[in-house]
Design a protein around this ligand. Structure first.
Ligand code: SF4
Ligand code: SF4
Length: 419
């Protein structure tokens, strides 16, 4: 089928109007390459890399084409055969993908270094001199919105087990993430507290590692599989009823570990055990948890105008776009305003805003027009990448006095009545 129903859902097609920048166009290019009609050269590679991997094309497709699987295979093939990477890119990729992300102790060292940079005054000097901006405006923008880093992860703070408040409903395993546990430690801590308050005993397996999403999206499938296997073993040992993620991007690969390991029959049972237990924090709170109580609004309080930016993977892969909205609407004193095209990608897409800054900025500019039109004081998100991208958009558009971007966990926890 080449019906083209997926075209209007695709952010890069919407931005460019080019067939080659659409899902149908990219699938045609993949097929032409496989059929030997086209060389898998730099132009093919560029088109594949322009794809955000947001998977908005999948729910739009009447033929149930698994585009996410196709693009990951295309990128894996590119990685296996490419000769275009400059030597320094190869070194950085190898270092980050194989030596840093999979090892949480090294991620913590990275957090420690970043914290020193932020706390010793070096960051202030760098920002004052504008030295980063001399190399790249986008990098300078990202440096400005860098959250407070920490080497003190969730296990160091809370241990590996936190009991449920009141009668226990179930035991959940908390997926802490690699960057989440270094740059968003407070959000991780609040996730555990929300779960406990809602009636879940929380286990945080200390041997878990990065989910492998960044690896899979960059064509490093073998490394993604290594990490998946390690996570499966870690959570099986903890014997949990559910596995909870607070990052849409991580959750989407966790829920597809059975597919990731589909060509390894020995792992079929374990990967299926894992995948069917994965829930996003918003979904488990709505479906299984006890209702959270929120602080009552005072009679003269003005309602908080809140909007929500979907995480693409949470919406298109985990299919959880209602639960965050239901939770936000349940908070006292919130006036929820839906944003136009809230389900369309913000341009973050893993490391897309680093590798494809021009397109990412174009998409972000349109997103900020839609966000500003809601008049919201809070833009709530469910994924660290989206959160940073929205912060970047607010900073870029000089809107930091009127609106702030927050993770849904932080927004809920800060307004919850704590027992
Ligand atoms: S994954 Fe997103 S950017 Fe890529 S083709 Fe599909 S809709 Fe377009
Ligand atoms: S991917 Fe699906 S929606 Fe897009 S052209 Fe092919 S069949 Fe149609």
């Amino acid at each position: 089928m080449r019906c083209g129903f997926c075209l209007p859902a695709c952010p890069t097609f919407k931005e460019t109007g080019l067939e080659a920048e659409s899902p149908r166009g990219r699938i045609s290019l993949m097929k032409a390459t496989v059929d030997g009609l086209m060389e898998p050269g730099i132009r093919f590679e560029d088109q594949m890399n322009h794809c955000l991997g947001c998977r908005a094309c999948e729910p739009a497709c009447p033929a149930d084409v698994k585009y996410g699987q196709l693009i990951e295979q295309a990128r894996e093939a590119i990685e296996m055969h490419t000769v275009h990477h400059r030597p320094w890119i190869k070194v950085v990729r190898k270092l980050m993908f194989k030596q840093v992300f999979p090892h949480q102790n090294r991620m913590k060292l990275l957090g420690k270094g970043l914290r020193l940079y932020q706390k010793t005054g070096l960051q202030a000097v760098v920002q004052k001199t504008g030295v980063v901006g001399l190399f790249s405006k986008d990098l300078a923008n990202m440096e400005r919105i860098l959250p407070e880093a920490s080497s003190n992860g969730i296990v160091e703070q809370l241990g590996t087990r936190v009991p449920a408040k009141g009668v226990k409903i179930a035991t959940v395993g908390m997926f802490r993430g690699c960057l989440m546990d270094v740059l968003f430690t407070e959000t991780n801590r609040k996730t555990v507290m929300l779960l406990s308050e809602a009636g879940f005993e929380v286990i945080i397996p200390p041997t878990q590692n990065c989910c492998g999403a960044l690896h899979a999206h960059a064509g490093e499938m073998n490394q993604a599989k290594v990490q998946a296997k390690n996570n499966i073993l870690a959570f099986q040992e903890a014997n949990v009823d559910y596995i909870v993620s607070n990052a849409g991007g991580c959750g989407a690969i966790l829920v597809e570990y059975d597919h990731l390991l589909h060509d390894e029959p020995d792992w079929h049972e374990s990967a299926t055990w894992f995948a069917k237990r994965v829930k996003d924090i918003s979904t488990i709170l709505i479906e299984k948890g006890r209702s959270l109580k929120f602080v009552e609004a005072l009679s003269d309080d003005q309602p908080l105008n809140v909007t929500y930016q979907d995480s693409c993977h949470l919406k298109n892969v985990i299919k959880a776009s209602n639960s965050p909205r239901t939770l936000l609407n349940g908070v006292g004193n919130v006036k929820f305003t839906e944003m136009k095209d809230a389900g369309s990608c913000c341009g973050s897409a893993g490391i897309y805003n680093v590798t494809q800054p021009a397109m990412a900025n174009q998409i972000l500019d349109h997103k900020m027009v839609n966000a500003n039109a809601t008049g919201a004081q809070y833009i709530v998100t469910s994924n660290p990448g989206c959160l940073l991208q929205m912060k970047s958009g607010i900073d870029k558009h000089g809107a930091d006095k009127s609106v702030q971007a927050v993770h849904i966990v932080d927004f809920l926890y800060d307004r919850m009545v704590k027992n």
